[in-house]
Design a protein around this ligand. Structure first.
Ligand SMILES: NC(=O)c1ccc[n+]([C@@H]2O[C@H](COP(=O)([O-])OP(=O)(O)OC[C@H]3O[C@@H](n4cnc5c(N)ncnc54)[C@H](O)[C@@H]3O)[C@@H](O)[C@H]2O)c1
Length: 325
C-alpha cells in the first residue's frame, strides 16, 4: 500500500513525501508541475505528471499504485493573486478537491489529509486563533480552502456508516518557512522569506511596516512554523487515519507563541550577513498587531511541535535558497 501526495513536487509536498518515505509509508507523487519542481522528487518515488482536475488520471494513479490514502497538498496558494484570478483559484482548489474526492470514491480510497490554510480565518477578531475561531476568509484563496474543507466534511457525512466511509482531516497551516533539505526551497515569488531574500540580493533593504504596535517590540507578531515540523504532523495524521483513529475535522498548525517582524528581520540580517540596514516604515492599513494560533489540539493528536528556532528557520531557508535566482 502507498500514500499519494498531490502537489508532491511543491515546497511543502516534497517535505511530506520525504517524511513519508523516511517512515516507510511508500509515497507516490501526483503533480502537474504548475509551480512544482520535478527535481524535488528524488530516489525511486513514483511520479505521475497529471492535474488533480483530470479525474480519470487520478483514478488510474490510485489504482496502479495501490493507494491507501491521499495527502492533498496540490493547490494555488497565492492569496493576493487569487483576488485578481478568482476563477482560476476556485478551479484549482475547489474543482480540484471535488475531482480528487470523486476519484477516491471510484477507486475506493478512504483516507485523506487536506492542506488547508490560516487564510480561512481572514483577520481574526481575537489575537489567539483556535479551531473555534469563526472562519471569515478575506480572499478567494481563503474561501477556496474553506470550501475544500466543506466538500470533505460533506463527503465524510455522506459516506459515514457505509463500506466506503471516508476518514479525513484538514490541517490549517499558518506561515510555513524554512527547509529540511538543501535541494528543496520555497519557490513562491509572493511568500515572505523568498521575497526578502530576493530583495536583499537585489540590494534593497528589508522593510518593517509599523513599529508602534502594542506588542513586546512594537512590530507585528505572526505565526511562523518550520516545514519539517509540519511534514511530521502529516505523517502522524496519515498513520492515525490508517490505524482507524478518529481525528478532528480541522487542526491549526501554529506555534502558539508567534514571532515579531523585527525578530524575523534581525535573523535574516544576521544569517545573510547583509550590510543593508532595515528600513522602518509606517503601518500598513489592515495589518493586525498579532495573529497567533494555538497548536494544542494538534499537539495532542498529531505529534505537533514547533521545534525550530527563528534562527533555524531563517538559516535553513537561506541555505536552500537558489542564490541569484
Ligand atoms: N506555503 C504556505 O505558507 C502555505 C500556508 C497555508 C496553506 N498552504 C497550502 O499548502 C499546499 C502546498 O503549498 P506549497 O507552499 O508547497 O506550494 P507550492 O506551490 O510549492 O506547491 C503546490 C504544488 O501543487 C502542484 N499543483 C498545483 N495545482 C495542481 C493541480 N491542479 N494538479 C496537480 N498538482 C498541482 C504544483 O505544481 C506544486 O507542486 C497548498 O495547497 C497551499 O495552499 C501553504
Amino acid at each position: 500500500m502507498s500514500w499519494l501526495v498531490t502537489g508532491g513536487a511543491g515546497y511543502i509536498g516534497t517535505h511530506v513525501v520525504r517524511a513519508l518515505d523516511a517512515a516507510g509509508m511508500q509515497p507516490v507523487v501526483l503533480d502537474d508541475l504548475s509551480t512544482g519542481i520535478e527535481s524535488f522528487v528524488v530516489g525511486d518515488t513514483p511520479f505521475v505528471r497529471a492535474s488533480v482536475l483530470d479525474t480519470a488520471a487520478v483514478i488510474a494513479a490510485l489504482i496502479e499504485h495501490n493507494v491507501e490514502g491521499v495527502i492533498h497538498c496540490a493547490g494555488y496558494k497565492f492569496a493576493g493573486e487569487s483576488v485578481k484570478y478568482p476563477l482560476h483559484t476556485y478551479q484549482q482548489n475547489v474543482d480540484g478537491t471535488r475531482s480528487l474526492l470523486e476519484a477516491m470514491a471510484v477507486a475506493g480510497v478512504r483516507l485523506l489529509v487536506f492542506s488547508s490554510s490560516a487564510g480561512v480565518y481572514g483577520t481574526p477578531s481575537s489575537p489567539v486563533v483556535t479551531e473555534q475561531t469563526p472562519t471569515e476568509p478575506e480572499s478567494p484563496y481563503g474561501e477556496s480552502k474553506l470550501i475544500g474543507e466543506w466538500l470533505i466534511r460533506d463527503q465524510v457525512r455522506a459516506t459515514a456508516g457505509t463500506d466506503a466511509a471516508l476518514a479525513a482531516t484538514s490541517l490549517r497551516y499558518f506561515n510555513v518557512v524554512g527547509s529540511g533539505f538543501r535541494d528543496v526551497w520555497d519557490a513562491s515569488p509572493h511568500n515572505l522569506f523568498p521575497k526578502v531574500f530576493a530583495a536583499i540580493e537585489a540590494g534593497n533593504a528589508p522593510q518593517i511596516n509599523g513599529t508602534d504596535y502594542d506588542t513586546p517590540d512594537g512590530t507585528c507578531v505572526r505565526d511562523y512554523v518550520h516545514v519539517s515540523d509540519l511534514a511530521h504532523s502529516h505523517v502522524a495524521a496519515a498513520r492515525m487515519l490508517a490505524a482507524g483513529r478518529g481525528l478532528a475535522p480541522v487542526y491549526n498548525l501554529g506555534s502558539g507563541a508567534g514571532t515579531s517582524v523585527r525578530e524575523i528581520v534581525d535573523a535574516i540580517v544576521a544569517v545573510t550577513g547583509t550590510s543593508l540596514v532595515p528600513i522602518e516604515a509606517p503601518r500598513r492599513p489592515g495589518d493586525p498587531a498579532r495573529i497567533v494560533a494555538t497548536g494544542d489540539l494538534a499537539a495532542d493528536d498529531l505529534e505537533w511541535k514547533n521545534s525550530h528556532s527563528v534562527r533555524e528557520m531563517v538559516e535553513s531557508a537561506w541555505a536552500s535558497h537558489p542564490h541569484g535566482s
